[in-house]
Write a protein that binds this ligand. Structure first.
Ligand code: NAI
Length: 343
């Protein structure tokens, strides 16, 4: 089994090389992202292994299919960058549904604490022997209301962490979990009551720009917004306006709508053309990390292990529990639920 691995970063190579050797999979590590221009590199490979900012649209799918590729192994949970409807009948798509919800939930809390206790500022000050406390006043999390949007694997770990801090948790989910002991409210109530809002739902047509110029006005004044899910849940221009009007007290962003050409790369010493990102980063109450919430040793190991297991299972059975298609979740048309091949 030969797999072309796109958008390779140094931290990917070791876990995938080890798991690949054990599983009999030969990974060819390519640095470029998968795009229509680079898809030809996959010629002669059985499959491709891709990450969050690779492009897997109709054009790329056609190129891969014509080059003999038969599967896409996503090494991530989210798959909004894959046209699963177009891939149906051509390429089998597999993902890693869970690898460490703790990694992402803990990062969300790390960003929140950094922001509200001004750790990022204190760190820089004390390195310069500036021990003044002025401007570093934070606030207690204990007793504050946190609104969690999306109560799946990551959202629930985040809820547990928040409860450990003595916070009052309310949540919204399109598909609320029964008997989970979670206090569900509708989105309007969540927006109105939350001192902190953390997003843990997938990016879909419905969730794109959940935070926009209208919903910003529903938020409690001074709210802290955390987004470790997908950038496009938030309209970045609307967020900037909300920060300027003082409705949004702080923003902790691990993801950004236009991140694909910027995040994961070193642009220090370069001029970045994205004015919206530049303005966000220039705000004293905005913290940006570059989609690193997943990046723990445990998560990297689990990602490599599940991705290789997916490939091996698919090669031996022709099906895989972690296969995705546009029928997923539809009880009438989903063949996987009847233990049949997706196509
Ligand atoms: P999950 O599938 O376990 O949970 C997602 C939850 O969102 C589910 O409970 C679902 O019912 C809910 N949901 C679906 N549509 C919704 C809607 N319209 N409104 C509100 N809730 C809705 O997913 P998991 O593992 O918790 O991951 C959540 C998201 O985190 C992923 O979709 C991915 O985009 C992001 N993520 C980010 C990472 C990072 O490094 N920053 C790493 C891993 C995931």
């Amino acid at each position: 089994m030969k797999v072309a691995f796109f958008d390779t970063k140094q931290y990917d190579v070791e876990p995938f090389r080890i798991c690949g050797e054990k599983a009999g999979i030969e990974f060819k590590f390519y640095e470029p992202k998968l795009t229509a221009d680079t898809a030809g590199l996959a010629a002669g490979y059985d499959g491709v292994c891709v990450f969050v900012n690779d492009t897997v649209d109709a054009e790329v799918i056609d190129i891969l299919y014509n080059e003999g590729v038969r599967f896409i192994a996503l090494r991530c949970a989210g798959y909004n960058n894959v046209d699963v409807r177009y891939a149906f009948g051509k390429l089998h798509v597999m993902h890693v549904p869970a690898y460490s919800p703790y990694a992402v939930a803990e990062h969300a809390m790390a960003m929140l604490l950094t922001s509200i206790r001004r750790i990022h500022k204190a760190y820089i000050r004390t390195r310069d022997f500036n021990f003044s406390l002025s401007g570093l006043t934070g606030f207690d999390l204990h007793g504050k209301t946190v609104g969690v949007v999306g109560t799946g694997r990551i959202g629930r770990v985040f809820i547990d962490i928040c409860r450990g801090f003595g916070m009052n948790v309310i949540a919204y989910d399109k598909f609320p979990a029964k008997d989970a002991g979670i206090d569900y409210v509708d989105l309007h109530e969540l927006y109105a009551k939350s001192d902190i809002i953390s997003f843990h739902c997938p990016l879909t047509d419905e969730t794109r720009h959940m935070i926009n110029k209208d919903t910003i006005n529903e938020l409690k004044r001074g709210v802290v917004i955390i987004n470790t899910s997908r950038g496009a849940l938030i309209d970045a221009e609307a967020l900037l306006a909300g920060i300027k009007s003082r409705i949004v007290g702080a923003a902790c962003l691990d993801v950004y709508e236009e991140e694909s050409d910027i995040f994961f790369e070193d642009y220090s010493g370069h001029i970045v053309d994205d004015d919206t990102l530049a303005r966000l980063i220039s705000m004293p109450n905005v913290i940006v990390t570059s989609h690193q919430a997943f990046l723990t040793t445990e998560a990297l190991h689990n990602i490599a292990e599940t991705t290789t297991e997916n490939i091996v299972t698919f090669a031996s059975r022709g099906t895989c529990d972690n296969e995705l298609c546009y029928h997923c979740g539809n009880t009438e048309t989903c063949k996987k639920q009847r233990l049949e091949r997706c196509f």
